[in-house]
Design a protein around this ligand. Structure first.
Ligand code: AMP
Ligand code: MN
Ligand code: MN
Length: 332
């Protein structure tokens, strides 16, 4: 038996205590591949243990990720009954990330499985492993260690999480263990080229037009070390797209030679969703995002603020400038 993680035995013990309960597996707002993949995998694994489990999200499953649900029970908040549910969260850095409505409705979280360095350990039992590339990697290791069932849909869902959160096996969390886990997921039925096809070969023309507008918005700051691009509300209307279509655009801002931090600001009715992506962990963009009440990882973080884009831009540039000075002087 492989032993990927010392925490696996205690994870399996807590799963055992859920027998006889009804469980809701919650993900975060604007769910990404790791969130959906981890919800699918966790829900299916619980059901193999005879536990009644349903995945629930405040926001809808993005179009490109729907294929990965298979026959997993996935519900909107309105569709959940009135059972005395036990709550499991995956890929959520803090309780509020499940969405305000779900947080109020389910104030107590039993199990929190996540890989965000900024995780607030908000549950009764917390499995937060910031060195993991994805929540999917942690779950895969737990499942393999404890010989919990992995069918083809579960294997593909876990691979989806790892593939998307490593930026297709490019980011710094990509290591030998990640490939070992993925090898095992392939043996369990995952087809990487099918996953890649679903994720990257089904672009809508509107999304490509949205990307053109985003690329045209690039502004270089701090001697071209920072690239900031924006997406306005009007861009969505003009291209017939939705906010979920801007997923991963920020990677283009980071991809330029010499750029150390890429930034995406999305303007939605005076509310801003921001994303930071750094090339090196030393930039600790989770701490930069924290200045705007956000969080995330050292190289990938996000935030939400309620302020018009024009007013926000100077504040954003100023905070990035201060942050770069701290990185230069002190490092982290
Ligand atoms: P994003 O830029 O939205 O793709 O997010 C990058 C990373 O930061 C993800 O791992 C998110 O879970 C995390 N993140 C994004 N927005 C927030 C937020 N408002 N608070 C805490 N973490 C966030
Ligand atoms: Mn996520
Ligand atoms: Mn993740």
């Amino acid at each position: 038996m492989t032993n990927f993680l010392p925490e696996s035995a205690s994870f399996a013990k807590f799963i055992g205590t859920l027998k006889g309960s009804s469980v809701l597996v919650l993900g975060h707002r604007r769910p990404d591949g790791d969130c959906i993949g981890s919800q699918v995998a966790m829900t299916r694994m619980l059901r193999t243990q005879g536990i009644k489990a349903v995945a629930v999200n405040q926001d809808p499953v993005p179009r490109t990720l729907r294929k990965f649900l298979g026959d997993t029970p996935f519900s909107e908040p309105e569709g959940i009954g009135t059972d005395n549910y036990k709550i499991v969260t995956v890929d959520c850095a803090d309780h509020a990330r499940v969405g305000e409505e779900l947080k109020i409705r389910f104030p107590e979280v039993f199990l929190n499985v996540d890989h965000h360095v900024s995780n607030t350990q908000f549950a009764e039992h917390n499995f937060v492993l910031p060195d993991a590339s994805a929540t999917g990697e942690i779950l895969a290791k737990f499942f393999f260690d404890s010989e919990l069932g992995i069918d083809q849909i579960t294997a593909e869902a876990l691979y989806l999480g790892i593939c998307t959160d490593t930026g297709q096996f490019c980011y710094s969390g990509t290591n030998a263990a990640v490939f070992e886990v993925c090898r095992r997921l392939c043996l369990a039925g995952c087809n990487p080229s099918m996953v890649a096809h679903e994720l990257y070969e089904r672009e809508k023309p509107g999304r490509v037009q949205l990307l053109q507008k985003f690329l045209a918005s690039f502004k270089m700051e701090f001697n071209d070390r920072v690239c900031i691009g924006h997406v306005r509300e009007s861009f969505y209307r003009e291209t017939g797209t939705k906010p979920e279509d801007a997923e991963n655009f920020v990677d283009y801002a980071r991809s330029l030679e010499g750029v150390e931090i890429g930034v995406l600001v999305e303007d939605r009715c005076g509310k801003i969703k921001g994303s930071f992506r750094a090339k090196d962990k030393k930039y600790r963009v989770d701490l930069l995002a924290k200045k705007f009440e956000g969080g995330g990882h050292a190289c990938a973080a996000g935030f939400n603020v309620t302020i018009p884009l024009e007013e926000f831009y100077p504040d954003l540039v100023e905070e990035i400038g201060k942050h770069l000075e701290v990185v230069q002087k002190e490092g982290f």
